[in-house]
Design a protein around this ligand. Structure first.
Ligand code: ZN
Ligand code: CA
Length: 379
């Protein structure tokens, strides 16, 4: 069964390999070798080139497959990301009171190496035992932390599973994210006309005034239980004696409901365009679709299996929603019903990040139990 020492050792090895986003070559090579040695077919897709890393050998996503040993059992996909945020170089893990921390100068990288560790251990156990299982597919993505870029460029045709698990969420094993919004980014430039503020203000068209007018016409914040909107960046103007001719604005919309998302996005775009027009300026507005939603029900097989497996390892299953996006959103967009699972990582994206060894072990047991539970279903 799962081996605590081996899990800890693997985790410590992984966090010591530097892998900031777009610098995943070393960890990708390590994991390729590891997965092959465990008997999986491994393929590195060309996402690295598409992400335009500018490195000599940018790493792509790793897609691996462990062949099933039991016919008629559905394939299951597990996904975790290889990259980490900064400060994430030269990580020196410290084991203290049953948990792993960094030395305080860097992040730890449990986000998301705790996920990778669990998947590797489960695969190792499958190799050592005769546990019946279907195909186990694994995706280790690059560039998750800089906008889910690896997953967005994933060669999804190489995946056959229609049940997926991303291990990349806070909360302990048993936390199952079944809802996460889709998101648009909005970027606008309001172009007015510059003039001397004291001598000839009549000749000016004040872009700051127009931007503030437009924003005051918008509803922002939490619009309903599944929709939010924000203007997060505004910049413009040069001096108090110049009527400003340019303002740049950036905002976003999120919703679990695609219609509400489209409507709110279109509304913000049209308010910007219309207000500028009314006041003698021009608004150049762009919207960019960032990622699709994640929305699964209790009756979906991916959720059912996660719930059953959580109970089997003695964890209370908790179905939850989140306001953020993850690789699970992108995988759902490819038509692979995928939930995001809690791994017990704490204080991520900070130098205080840590995870308990108990959680590292629990995660491996959970992945294994999901594989077993899935094997009880028919394809
Ligand atoms: Zn993460
Ligand atoms: Ca993260």
């Amino acid at each position: 069964m799962v081996n605590r020492e081996r899990i800890l050792e693997e985790f410590l090895t992984l966090v010591k390999i530097d892998s900031p986003s777009m610098h995943e070559r070393e960890i990708a090579d390590y994991l390729k070798q590891k997965l092959s040695s465990l008997g999986l077919e491994v393929y590195e897709d060309p996402a690295g080139e598409e992400n335009g890393g500018g490195h000599t050998r940018p790493a792509g996503n790793l897609v691996a497959r462990l062949k099933g040993n039991t016919p008629g059992v559905p394939a299951v996909l597990f996904c975790a990301h290889m990259d980490t945020v900064e400060p994430g170089r030269g990580i020196q893990p410290v084991v203290r009171e049953g948990a792993v921390y960094s030395d305080g100068t860097t992040i730890l990288g449990a986000d998301d190496k705790a996920g990778i560790t669990a998947i590797l251990e489960a695969v190792r156990v499958l190799g050592e035992t005769g546990i019946p299982h279907g195909d186990v597919e694994i995706v280790f993505t690059v560039a998750e932390e800089i906008g889910l870029k690896g997953a967005k460029n994933l060669d999804a045709n190489s995946i056959t599973a229609r049940t997926g698990y991303v291990l990349d969420c806070d909360g302990e094993a048993g936390t199952i994210i079944t809802k996460a919004p889709s998101q648009y980014k909005i970027k606008a430039s309001i172009i007015g006309r510059a003039a001397h503020a004291g001598i000839s203000p009549e000749e000016g068209v004040n872009a700051i005034y127009i931007a503030s007018k437009a924003i005051s016409r918008m509803k922002l914040g939490r619009l309903d239980e599944e929709t939010t909107a924000n203007i997060g960046v505004i910049s413009g103007g040069k001096a108090t004696n110049i009527v400003p001719d340019l303002v740049n604005i950036e905002g976003e919309t999120r919703s679990i409901d695609p219609d509400k998302l489209d409507k709110q996005t279109a509304l913000m775009v049209s308010i910007l365009e219309q207000t500028a027009r009314e006041m003698g300026a021009v608004a150049n507005v762009e919207k960019e679709f960032l990622y699709p939603r994640l929305k699964l029900d209790e009756t979906d097989q991916a959720v059912q299996i996660a719930v059953e497996a959580a109970k089997k390892i003695g964890q209370e299953p908790v179905l939850a929603g989140t306001g953020g996006g993850s690789d699970a959103n992108i995988l759902n967009g490819y038509g692979i019903p995928t939930v995001n699972l809690g791994t017990g990582m704490c204080k991520v994206h900070s130098t205080e990040e840590y995870i308990t060894i108990d959680n590292l072990v629990l995660n491996a047991r959970y992945v294994l139990e999901i594989i077993r539970t899935a094997a009880g279903k028919t394809a």
